[in-house]
Design a protein. Structure first.
Length: 518
């Protein structure tokens, strides 16, 4: 029979931006759209819900995050926006609450904001002399540990870093206490794995947070452990959430041997792309650059060199698996574009994740090669000062939303949580205002690269659906599309960016049923 939703302003998010005041939902899909009187005259229904004049959009998709890690991190030390002293104080307080020798894990510190500079092992040794401590930097590309942690991981000054990673040492060759890129696994792999119960609980927590931001679907960049945990959760409690999981390139051969292709699964749980890292990050100065970081001879780190990139992309695409390649610096973005142009299958929805700095000559190539630009708007204003310091004038094409859209590229927006918040309103504001949410009076950063609210919403809806090959049934509010939608307190269209600060997520619906309510 279905449910009739009335007295709302439903934005279809199609090209015409059609609006309706009512929709009929049946079996999790939109059966009809129009006015209340039109739909009542044509259809039978069992329930009618008055939406009180609110604005309704397709539910958001976060096109790039780490769902299980995000959920697990909610139980760890949160170091976002902490000074060095605050970070060390949190570690010290935690030592009082856990048994000696139990691992202490934290995430979110940004040493670029510290006057004291690069993290040092000795600082952690002082506040946690009896516990192994591992703190993960905000960007996830650097870890900081104390001496006990390094000893348990058997990392000494003689240890060789894996290709594509680095063990930081001082001028005397002594360990500093940090690892970057592929070297971080030397430490992280020593941390005890969470139990099955802990994994499922973490996923439930992460999904609950996602609902509160109007999100009913994510593209998560994780591994076998997450895939298993999602299946376990689905079997035990059900999964009222949509997950597209991109597998790490280390599991490419296994996927090929099993004959798995992109899209394997159903509309709840599916396999996405093969995740490859071309470079590191801006925060850790490991993003691969065409020219050195300002005032240095540092070009970053080629986590995967050009030849290896081509080999991996060809292997994946030839097996029917699209790729999602992490590329931050302009050097990394060019290398990935070159590789896909040379060996890629343009019929697949290959993606570049982040695309934070792109040479202007490379921007048109995204559309030409049918490559989705999977970007995280919140990182734009959050990184603006660090970008100016290390990239200088090149920032005219940093987070180039406008240039990419104008060139015909598809933008799919996400958060990279737990690196940034998965608050979609914050992400929308970052894309359209290009300044920080709480930085009153600041000027927009390269406002010529800003986009409209409508364009930004499409990045979280239809653009995300295109990236996942789902545009024929997700990302719009039209007949035949999934009845996943979010209700906003304000009509955000045809308004200034500041309207987003006044707006709240009132409710979130999955398959026509409420999963979150303010």
């Amino acid at each position: 029979m279905g449910t009739l939703f009335v007295n709302g302003k439903f934005y279809s998010m199609n090209k015409q931006m059609d609006t309706y005041s009512a929709i009929l939902v049946n079996d999790g899909f939109i059966k009809a759209t129009g006015s209340r009187d039109e739909l009542k005259a044509k259809y039978n229904f069992s329930k009618e819900i008055d939406l009180q004049g609110y604005t309704i959009l397709p539910a958001f998709t976060d096109s790039h995050l780490h769902l299980l890690n995000f959920g697990l991190g909610l139980d760890n030390i949160i170091l976002d926006n902490c000074t060095l002293d605050e970070s060390l104080a949190k570690v010290h307080e935690t030592t009082k609450m856990v048994p000696s020798n139990e691992w202490i894990i934290g995430r979110g510190f940004n040493f670029n904001d510290w006057e004291e500079g690069w993290p040092q092992m000795s600082w952690l040794d002082k506040v946690a002399p009896n516990h192994p401590v591992v703190l993960i930097a905000k960007d996830g590309h650097l870890v900081w540990g104390n001496r006990i942690a390094f000893e348990l991981a058997n990392i000494t000054k003689e240890t060789l870093a894996p290709e594509g990673g680095a063990i930081t040492k001082d001028a005397n060759g002594e360990l500093v206490g940090t690892l970057t890129e592929k070297a971080i696994t030397l430490l992280l792999n020593k941390i005890p794995s969470p139990s099955e119960v802990a994994r499922k609980r973490a996923l439930e927590k992460a999904i609950s947070v996602a609902y509160s931001f109007g999100i009913t679907a994510v593209h998560t960049m994780e591994d076998r452990q997450t895939w298993l945990a999602l299946q376990e959760l689905r079997e035990s409690k059900g999964l009222k959430f949509r997950v597209l999981l991109s597998i790490p390139v280390e599991e490419l051969d296994s996927a090929i041997n099993l004959g798995i292709r992109t899209g394997f699964g159903d509309q709840i749980l599916r396999i996405g792309s093969v995740k490859i890292f071309a470079d590191g990050s801006l925060g850790s100065r490991t993003a691969w650059m065409l020219k050195p970081y300002t005032g240095t001879n540092n070009f970053g780190i080629r986590v995967t060199n050009e030849n290896r990139l081509k080999e991996m992309i060809a292997k994946a695409n030839n097996a029917g698996l699209s790729v999602a390649v992490h590329a931050i610096g302009d050097g990394a973005n060019r290398a990935v574009l070159d590789a896909i142009e040379t060996v890629g299958n343009r019929k697949l929805r290959n993606r570049i994740e982040h695309a934070q700095l792109v040479s202007p000559v490379d921007i048109p190539r995204f559309a030409q090669l049918n490559i989705v630009a999977s970007m995280q708007p919140t990182q734009c204003p959050e990184d603006r000062y660090m970008s100016d310091e290390h990239w200088g004038e090149r920032c005219a094409f940093a987070y180039p939303f406008r240039s990419l859209l104008d060139s015909g590229a598809t933008l799919a927006f996400g958060s990279d949580a737990p690196v940034e918040s998965c608050d979609t309103l914050l992400g929308l504001y970052s894309a359209v205002a290009r300044k920080r949410w709480n930085e009153a009076g600041s000027e927009s950063w390269y406002f010529n690269q800003a986009i409209s609210i409508e364009e930004a919403v499409k990045g979280y809806t239809i653009g995300a659906a295109i990236a996942a090959n789902e545009e024929h049934y997700r990302g719009k509010l039209e007949t035949g599309y999934q009845a996943d939608f979010t209700i906003l307190s304000h009509d955000i269209f045809n308004n200034e960016p500041e309207i987003l600060k006044e707006t709240k997520i009132v409710a979130t619906y999955f398959q026509g049923k409420k999963v979150f309510s303010k």
